[in-house]
Design a protein around this ligand. Sequence first.
Ligand code: ZN
Length: 148
Amino acid sequence: MIEKALQAANEQQEETVREVFRAAGLLWQCKSRNCLFDNTPSDLLCAGCGRQRDGRRVDDRIPASAHPDDFENLRAELKEYFARTGTKLPDAVTFELNFEKEWRRYDATLHFGARTETHDFDSDVDRALDGLGRAEERGERLRVALYR
Ligand SMILES: [Zn+2]
């Protein structure tokens, strides 16, 4: 619907159409002045530049079920992994839960600015993920910033 409305609008109308969609909560605009990309509600990070919805650089999401020490251990393990494998260090890594509410080492998302890649990690990272324990709820999120 958003795409159709934008296609139907001429240049002068387009900004108005965007404003209407933003006001209705159907688009959220990136807070970065250099970006200002319009994202849909399902986008957790800006598709234009990779920033968070609050305008900050992609940052940690520590699951409620995880101890901060175990989270720091995972961060250290990830940095070591990228150094060891000679892979370019991403800004951050996002992990998903499996059906047993355990963090999966595979199908993780690497964030390089706005660009993302999926990646499967090895058993060392798996052990660090195990250290976090099971999530209490399916909605928990795990993202580790690696520029810190
Ligand atoms: Zn942006």
